[in-house]
Design a protein around this ligand. Structure first.
Ligand SMILES: [Zn+2]
Length: 372
């Protein structure tokens, strides 16, 4: 195969070029594959080009986009001259049918692509379009198995023996959205700037809120000053529930905040509240970050704390509604459910005053304590 042009720059062998002779059409007149004897450089302006006799050229099927081998007339002698712009184009090759016959499909010229299927691979490294139902089943099975344990995703931070408490994450009272978000944090599947920077080096890895440190998952959901303020509020609430002074207290470590592991014994009666608070802190931290990034809106610490507290009250209101609803018309069961609510939500006046089956909620968050 030989194709002559006047350019000295080259495309590597195995790439596809298209000749665009009609400026009003987005489809090339023909496409051809480069090889070691034919490595032209794309040039956008129409120029004369000479194709040696019997060179494999392909037309493009109008609706199927499939490449159709162009037949040369038997009596053709000599080379053929064309005039057009040469573009680097994307053609994908699939294996079709029981005999795995190769089938070439035209996608677009490279600079016109919003999405380049040749650059995407499945997790098992097969090309995007080399997809079979069998392969899909295998990939789905692998997804369910989650081959990488959480400890391996947090190397050096979590012990290899770490086991997440999924029952805590998927508590029935927690909305699915919040539970799924917690699950994503555990699996490091949240698009923080540090991760986005690895995908696109043009994205700044620095935290948008503090502008000081890289926005890793640990930074976003714990150590950023903006997030620590939320944890201070959450931990202060726990101290208040346990009738402890404002402080100073040592801060809860990051794994007690993010993973809920190691709540001190004296706070065990408030485990369920800590669990809900943890989820709400991390969700609020993410909303606070997104408000700034996407809407240029700055949430103050007071605003964020107020939101955190209102979310906790919302959980409490729904728990009370459920007790009334489930209790229904059965006085004995209703009394038992309301007693359980009182134990969980009205053990201290911090959240509100409970009497005669109704709660007067404290809508203002408690004061934030001191931490060392
Ligand atoms: Zn930060």
């Amino acid at each position: 195969m030989r194709l002559l042009n006047r350019q000295h720059h080259r495309l590597p062998p195995g790439e596809w070029i298209g000749l665009f002779t009609d400026p009003t059409s987005c489809l090339p007149s023909w496409v051809a594959k480069t090889d070691f004897g034919f490595q032209p450089f794309p040039f956008p302006r129409a120029q004369p080009i000479t194709v040696l006799n019997r060179t494999p050229l392909y037309n493009i099927g109008a609706t199927s986009q499939q490449l159709l081998r162009r037949e040369w007339p038997d009596d053709l002698e000599g080379d053929t001259d064309y005039v057009g712009a040469v573009q680097h184009v994307r053609v994908v090759t699939l294996l079709r049918g029981p005999h795995k016959d190769p089938c070439h499909l035209y996608v677009d010229f490279l600079t016109g692509l919003n999405f380049d299927p040749a650059r995407w691979l499945w997790r098992d490294q097969t090309p995007l379009l080399a997809y079979t139902a069998k392969q899909g089943r295998t990939l789905l099975r692998a997804t369910r198995q989650l081959s990488t344990p959480i400890a391996a995703k947090w190397p050096g931070l979590l012990p290899q023996t770490f086991k997440a408490e999924w029952q805590d994450v998927w508590r029935p009272v927690r909305p699915q959205k919040d539970a799924a978000f917690l699950w994503s944090i555990y699996h490091k599947a949240v698009a923080v700037n540090s991760w986005r920077h690895q995908i696109d080096p043009g994205i700044d890895p620095i935290c948008s809120l503090c502008q000081r440190e890289e926005e890793t998952l640990l930074h976003r959901f714990h150590s950023c000053q903006a997030t620590l303020a939320l944890w201070n509020q959450a931990q202060s609430a726990i101290h208040l529930f346990a009738a402890e002074p404002l402080g100073p207290h040592p801060r809860f470590p990051w794994f007690l905040c993010i993973f809920g592991k190691g709540l001190p014994r004296r706070y065990r009666p408030f485990t369920h509240l800590w669990s809900l608070l943890r989820g709400t802190v991390m969700w609020t931290a993410w909303l606070r970050r997104n408000a700034l990034v996407f809407q240029d809106a700055w949430w103050s610490t007071d605003h964020s704390n107020q939101r955190l507290w209102e979310c906790l009250i919302d959980y409490g209101r729904r728990a009370l509604l459920k007790a009334h609803h489930t209790g229904g018309s059965q006085p004995q069961q209703r009394a038992r459910l309301l007693q359980k609510f009182e134990e969980q939500w009205a053990f201290s006046p911090a959240l509100g005053d409970f009497s005669n089956g109704s709660m007067k909620w404290n809508l203002l968050p408690p004061r934030v304590g001191f931490f060392i």
